[in-house]
Design a protein around this ligand. Structure first.
Ligand code: AMP
Ligand code: FE
Ligand code: FE
Ligand code: ZN
Length: 282
């Protein structure tokens, strides 16, 4: 029997709730054959995931979810099999992580005007060196009793309409696609079928990303709308882009379950054939 392939998951190196080793264990328990570890703006979880998967029969595809932005819309780009030592990529992701840290401090100081919360509460929700994001602030709000769970914090206090959240530095998606390719990686747009993403990624901008080396679209993802998926399928056909499906598992941080969406083996084969910056861990 063919085992499922899930190409988008997070560990506590970013905003997942499990260590990379626990993530690998969860992937094995879920019956996956292949899992990609794609923490936000960091490759720091690769080694631990590789060690945990060694000899288990699970293949780990090393990857990263690159934070980009266009017109104030946050766009995520998955980069598979990148070279983790690539200097441009390392510098850019460091810049993003540093900006994320400053931005999180700003959000917390704004929150502190109205809620009992301080920076130490957020630090308590992160591991050393982790890519800090609003999910950690959400967890701190939960720990302080200001929200029921992470999702409730996002829909409530952290929603942009309340004015506490501010953006962090992120490059344009076009630049990010080029950087992933230059690092030997395979770029796939993460959950591009939301209303927000499709409002900035029209056919013309997608054509530019394709020219820059975009490989595929994450079509099967719970955040893509049904009409968004139909649009993405048309774009994929027109531009000859591959189509992937993934869970975007965050452990207990999100309801997304491993293997709730999966990728076809033929697509994974092409990713492995095109990715030259690193190799799958088996
Ligand atoms: P940030 O990158 O700091 O702007 O935070 C965005 C991250 O928050 C995304 O990568 C998601 O993993 C997470 N996120 C967004 N919306 C929600 C939600 N409603 N519930 C839980 N996590 C969310
Ligand atoms: Fe996330
Ligand atoms: Fe994402
Ligand atoms: Zn993700």
């Amino acid at each position: 029997m063919r085992q499922p392939i899930d190409l988008h998951t997070h560990s506590n190196v970013s905003d997942g709730t499990e260590t990379p080793a626990e993530l690998v264990r969860a992937a094995i328990d879920a019956g996956l054959g292949v899992v990609a570890i794609t923490d936000h703006d960091s490759t720091a979880g690769w080694e631990e995931a590789a060690a945990a998967a060694s000899g288990t029969g699970l293949t780990v595809i090393p990857g990263m979810e690159f934070s980009t932005r266009r017109d104030w819309m946050s766009i995520h780009l998955l980069g598979y099999l990148i070279d983790p030592e690539d200097v441009d990529l390392r510098e850019e992701t460091l810049r993003i992580r540093e900006s994320r840290l400053k931005r999180a401090e700003t959000i917390v100081s704004r929150l502190a005007a109205d809620f009992a919360i301080e920076w130490a509460d957020v630090v308590a929700q992160t591991t050393d060196g982790a890519t800090v994001g609003r999910p950690h602030i959400a967890d701190a709000l939960v720990a302080r009793g200001h929200a029921l769970d992470r999702s409730a914090a996002f829909e409530g206090i952290l929603h942009p309409r309340h004015g506490y959240s501010v953006p962090h530095y992120a490059p344009d998606p076009l630049e990010a696609v080029r950087m992933v390719r230059a690092a030997g990686g395979v770029p796939v747009l993460a959950h591009p079928g939301t209303r927000g993403a499709l409002s900035v990624l029209d056919e013309r901008s997608l054509a530019e990303l394709v020219d820059a080396g975009l490989f595929g679209l994450e079509l099967h993802h719970r955040e893509n709308t049904e009409s968004g998926k139909r649009k993405l399928a048309r774009f994929a056909e027109k531009f000859g882009l591959a189509v992937t499906g993934s869970s975007d598992y965050h452990g207990d941080g999100k309801p997304n379950r491993l293997a709730e969406n999966t990728t076809e083996p033929e697509v994974l084969e092409r990713i492995i054939a095109e990715g030259t910056g690193s190799a799958p861990f088996a």
